[in-house]
Ligand binder design. Sequence first.
Ligand code: BG6
Length: 477
Amino acid sequence: MEPTTFVLFGATGDLAKRKIYPALYLLFVDQKLPKSFSLIGLGRRELSDETFQANVEQSLSTFSKSEGRDPEVMRNFLRAFRYHVLDVNRKEDYTKLLQLVEQREDELNILPNRMFYLSVGPELFETIAANIHESGLGSANGWKRLVIEKPFGHDLPSARQLNIQLNQAFDETEIYRIDHYLGKPMVQQMGQRLHSALSEQDLGTRNIANIQITASETLGVEERAGYYDHAGAIRDMFQNHMLQLLMMLAIELPNRSSVVEVGNLKKKVMKTLKPLHKMDVSHHIVRGQYGEGEINGGKVAGYTAEPGIALDSLNDTFIAARLKVDDPFWKDIPIYIRTGKRLKEKLTRIVIEFKSESPLQDHLIVEIGPNDGISFQRSNSGKEGSDVDKPVQSKLSAIKAGIPEAYEILIHDALKGDKTYFAHWDEVELSWEWVQPILDAYRENLLPLHIYPAGTYGPNESDKLLEQDGFHWFDFK
Ligand code: BG6
């Protein structure tokens, strides 16, 4: 792997502590970081290199899943870390940053390959990218890459605008948009696992009745009112993670896809998704918000009683959708997607329901998290203690030693320059295009907001969406 300077904006922030440092540490221990690697952490607070390194070590002991950190290994890891104070709006700070980056490149005698990781609020993306460009930080003789987190825009026009701005400083080939669902091991292995469990004939359109994609969470809005109350489930989960899951599944049916084509195939899926018209949104989309209820035996407040949320907020914490793909294979297979906060359980799962006349058992379950695995199950719709057949493949535990986590996989890919499992602009734009009529309908209040009790599977209207077509959500009740 080529020598790299990792320039981290937001180095004292939450994401860096919880995800980025633990991922880098695991990569270091597994010898997957470049041999010559230097990290420059940026933040507004004045910190010495020593204090920064001690803070990183502290966050590893709080958040890293790796056991038994060897002090010698830790010292070697932290040796690469430097800190630089930076106000993202001050041009002089970037000039000084450039000096430090060049000084480190000289010390290590490495090529100026620079990875700029923006672990900061999306409102700062444009400013930072422009300042990287103007300061000359991005015009060295090596490669440059920009890594950003979602949300990528707030709607279709703002996403396009942001992309134009970023493209003034970075080419599309240099932009790595993280969608951490694409880094989940089961999402990456889905094609291989599906095709080893089933033949292409089994996965043929003759056998499939419908597809159900669920990401349910027990957590509520937590301390994120400022962000979440403007985003809602549709921007926080649906436009990105849920549509990415759909794309990743669809590119594997009925044939196995080739890794080199992932980006193009995903774009094709989004292009064949039947567009929704604003006036039809209420027939295909269910919008919900959690009310008070019980989760794991404890009482929890309703959304509008959460700190920082207005009593009359109409924000969505749940969305269920019926989608159709307009191509010969998919035309008769409805796809249902739902995601929400304060639901009964934490899980991400794809279910392929087979037709009753198919020779297969009724449901193929792809568990993406917190446990991962593929299994066949019979329907238990509503029946207590109904029979469940032996899984075809035994389930893997999610955080088994040796199975890397999403951030470790994605950071490693970005360091290698492999964009396969990042969100490409075309599919991001097409996702926003598909979602925009729903945003418009929400804004104009064209569909009701259903309040569901916390600790349930969401509003009853979400069940009705499937019942209209003669189906039920597959839930282990
Ligand atoms: C994030 C959302 O992208 O994904 C959060 O902003 C959500 O609101 C999280 O809780 C869910 O991720 P996971 O990996 O726990 O399913």
